[in-house]
Design a protein around this ligand. Structure first.
Ligand code: ADP
Length: 825
């Protein structure tokens, strides 16, 4: 918090920015800026040169496509790093006036490395204005961090206070990142998981390998199971190799196993499958891997530092190439400290030349002693580290700008990564894993020696001290108040409200830099950062941007990765699989269609009716169905009648008493009986079953009632018609009435329509009509019409249960006398 001593005038005089600009000018080391041209611009440049057009001297003239070193006599100039966003257009123009063809990819390259300004121990108290910086180390379980920070003068504060630095073991939540103040820094970059999880790392590296096959051989061949199971099977069929299988996101050697036979891997297991490096570099017969500590201080521009000290972690069982007998021996094949410390062979050495954990300096010494080229080896390690980080660079850059749109003074994040590197017998480094929270526990002396210095140099390198915390808090407050007042003013005046970003904030004005979304720190702030970092390297070495301009050019191409392919594009194998599946589906569809066509043709050949129009076919089919239905119902009804008959004919006491039984038994059987299946009402049939049958029958009968009704009407009509024509029907009438009928039917009805005219009905005609009606009624009454209809219905199968119930006498009569015909009625 600001003290009262810090008066306004004093604050102005000690403004961080002013002081640092001044300080940079007075730096003892000369530096120069090197502009790096992209290929396109190089060509343009060459064309220009051929046309003898010279660039302005301001623009660091280039010759033969190579950067030319400026005579180091004038003012220090800092960097413009990436192509698009480190500065406003105005600033850009100021820097590269008259050279629009320059890509503005420019790195600050030191001519001579700075003399180490790092001071040993705890005497470095990073303050700018006498105020102490604060650190929140609540969420780390490494006490070494807070201990070192305290010894460096950092104040320990809880999370809810306005800390300058937060050191945490877990990935911070987006809300925490977005809510951070402009002077705060946290030790994780959002999106670093892209290289810190094994599956994502292998996916990113595989993607880069595909794009830059010659450059990205920095990791063992890796496949993601089960997605790439097909690819690895093909590879395994061609190459006899041993494979190491690891779970996607576990650590400390958990769940890792080695196998030469991939058939032992479950088909649905989510694993990383890697070719096992069978010939690692051995020291004293032991396998080892290197823990290389890497610090990223900024992602846009990318600035990477590698710590010169680190750890070599040894296996505790002498190495033998994997065989079926020894592949399960984790102390031989895995170099994890957490595994090997459990082995009784674990050697707690002094950290120098012996022991299962050694310093990198001891390893370097061993290399020198054995005639290896140490600088070349470390150059290849640096190269592998840079390439690994660049593979996630688009995500890191994007996430950073999303989470820290307002961090214009210092970087919002830094990250200390632990690279696990395996070295093969040819001294080629392979990236195995990247740890986003490398262990900072000091179990052994060697740990203490390495990690204490590491934490101290890391905190020292951070630009936390470059920012004026109080000034920022004050600016933010003013900005907030202005915004509120503006809103009130606008609402009073009835003016449309402006968006918060539309007017320059006082903070920005004070900082003297325009800042937009997607833009990193201002050039001034970057310049300060670089100056600070270069002068506080400690035991770190900067690997990105590289000191060699040729290397700068070399890495530039990897920044274009998103142009070649979308970042989250699938792997080659998955896309291939998709294509194959698509093709297989198409083939299947085509075959189905062909089969369908063939079947139709065959059906047509067999059944010529298929050539008839479908409407006709449909109607035919319906007719057939209706007929079948009718047959079925007729059969049901017939069956019911038969059953009723059986019941009626069954000998009962009552019947015997009435004398019916005897007479019924003598009845000759009806010859033409409908062919039905007999459902016997025997005592053998269980009662529920019988009921069910009855229910079924009555349901069917009910469904057919309408049809029967129609059928009955039809029969009636037919019978009436038949009766008129039947001689027997007419037999009962007198000759006279017949004659009268004939004459009646002949005279008035057969009159031609032409002759006919409406007239009055005479009495004679009236009488004649009533006589006719009487005679007709008599005739009908005497014609046993009911019996006839009943018997006809019985014959045709239209008789319902209801009919039987209503006219039991008719049925009994019919059954006792046989089915009557029209003649015998
Ligand atoms: P973890 O995260 O569980 O430590 P690593 O990927 O770091 O998993 O592997 C653990 C150990 O297994 C390494 O220290 C190394 O000794 C060994 N190892 C891993 N991958 C390979 C490989 N491809 N070839 C040879 N050894 C390997």
């Amino acid at each position: 918090m600001p003290t009262k001593k810090n008066g306004k005038t004093r604050r102005k005089a000690t403004n961080a920015y002013t002081r640092y600009y001044d300080a940079q000018k007075s730096l003892p080391v000369r530096r120069e800026s090197v502009y790096v041209l992209s290929k396109r611009q190089r060509q343009e440049q060459q064309e220009q040169q051929s046309r003898q057009i010279k660039l302005l001297p301001d623009c660091r003239t280039l010759a033969k496509g190579r950067p030319v070193r400026r005579p180091c006599n004038d003012v220090d100039h800092f960097m413009v790093v990436t192509e698009d966003h480190t500065q406003s257009r105005q600033q850009k123009n100021q820097l590269i006036t008259g050279a629009p063809q320059l890509d503005a990819i420019c790195y600050d390259v030191m001519r001579e490395p700075l003399p180490p300004v790092h001071m040993e121990g705890t005497d470095i108290v990073p303050t700018i204005r006498g105020t102490r910086l604060s650190i929140c180390a609540e969420h780390t379980h490494f006490p070494l961090v807070s201990r070192i920070a305290r010894s460096m003068g950092f104040q320990q504060v809880p999370e809810h206070r306005l800390w300058n630095v937060q050191w945490t073991d877990c990935t911070p939540h987006h809300d925490l990142l977005r809510g951070m103040k402009r002077f705060q820094q946290i030790n994780h970059f959002p999106g670093m998981v892209e290289i810190c999880r094994k599956d994502l790392l292998s996916r990113n590296l595989n993607r880069m390998l595909k794009m830059y096959p010659g450059d990205y051989r920095i990791f063992p061949k890796t496949w993601l199971m089960p997605t790439d199971a097909y690819d690895v099977a093909i590879y395994a069929s061609k190459h006899k190799r041993t494979y190491i299988l690891k779970p996607y996101s576990s650590g400390r050697g958990r769940g890792i196993w080695i196998t030469p036979d991939l058939k032992t891997v479950g088909k649905r297991e989510k694993l990383i499958c890697q070719t096992y490096i069978e010939r690692p570099l051995l020291i004293d017969g032991f396998k080892f891997d290197l823990r290389v500590y890497t610090l990223i201080t900024s992602v846009d521009p990318l600035r990477i530092f590698v710590y010169n000290e680190g750890l070599a972690r040894f296996a505790t069982h002498k190495y033998v190439a994997p065989t079926l007998g020894n592949s399960h021996n984790v102390y031989m094949h895995l170099t994890n400290y957490s595994l090997n410390r459990r082995n009784s062979n674990y050697n707690v050495g002094e950290g120098a030349d012996g022991g299962s954990k050694r310093k990198l300096s001891a390893f370097n010494k061993w290399l020198l002693e054995h005639g290896y080229d140490v600088p070349e080896f470390w150059a290849s390690v640096d190269d592998a580290i840079i390439k690994t980080i660049i593979s996630a660079w688009p995500v890191l850059k994007h996430n950073y700008h999303v989470c820290f749109p307002r961090h214009d003074k210092i970087q919002g994040c830094f990250q200390l990564l632990g690279f696990d590197i395996l070295v093969d017998w040819k001294l080629k480094p392979y990236i195995l894993e990247v740890n986003h929270t490398p262990s900072l526990s000091a179990d052994e002396l060697v740990d203490k020696e390495v990690k204490r210095a590491l934490i101290r140099d890391t905190l020292n390198l951070l630009t936390t001290a470059l920012v004026d915390k109080e000034q920022i808090i004050r600016d933010d407050r003013i900005e907030h108040r202005t915004r509120l007042l503006r809103k009130v003013y606008q609402s009073k005046r009835g003016m449309p409200q402006t968006t918060p970003g539309s007017l320059p904030s006082p903070g920005r004005e004070a900082g003297g830099c325009a800042m937009h979304m997607g833009q990193a720190c201002s050039i001034g702030a970057l310049a300060q950062q670089i100056a600070w970092e270069e002068s506080h390297l400690g035991n770190y070495r900067r690997i990105m941007p590289p000191r060699d301009s040729e290397r700068v050019n070399y890495y530039c191409k990897f920044y274009d990765q998103t142009k070649h392919q979308t970042l989250f594009a699938n792997t080659e194998s998955s896309r291939r699989r998709e294509q194959l599946a698509h093709k297989a589906m198409q083939r299947h569809y085509r075959e189905n269609q062909q089969q369908e066509v063939l079947k139709q043709q065959q059906r047509k050949q067999k059944d010529p009716l298929l050539t008839v129009s479908p409407a006709v076919l449909h109607s035919r089919r319906r007719k057939e169905e209706a007929e079948a239905q009718r047959c079925k119902h007729r059969a049901i009804i017939a069956r019911e009648i038969y059953r009723q008959r059986e019941l009626l004919l069954a000998p009962t006491c009552a019947k015997e008493h009435l004398g019916i039984w005897q007479s019924v038994l003598k009845i000759p059987k009806v010859e033409k009986r409908p062919r039905v299946r007999v459902v016997r009402c025997t005592s053998g049939v269980s009662r529920p079953l019988r009921r069910k049958q009855q229910r079924n029958v009555s349901r069917r009968v009910r469904q057919q009632r309408d049809i029967e009704h129609e059928a009955r009407e039809d029969t009636l009509f037919v019978e009436q018609h038949a009766m008129k024509q039947s001689p027997r029907c007419q037999g009962g009438t007198s000759q006279q009435s017949v004659a009268k009928n004939r004459s009646r039917s002949q005279t008035p009805i057969c009159r031609s329509m032409d002759e006919w005219a409406p007239g009055t009905i005479s009495d004679g005609e009236q009488q004649e009509h009533s006589t006719w009606l009487l005679e007709r009624t008599k005739q009908l009454n005497g014609s046993n019409l009911r019996e006839m209809i009943f018997s006809k219905m019985y014959q045709q199968g239209h008789l319902t249960k209801n009919d039987i119930k209503r006219f039991p006498d008719l049925l009994f009569h019919m059954l006792s006398t046989g089915v009557p015909t029209v003649d015998n009625l």
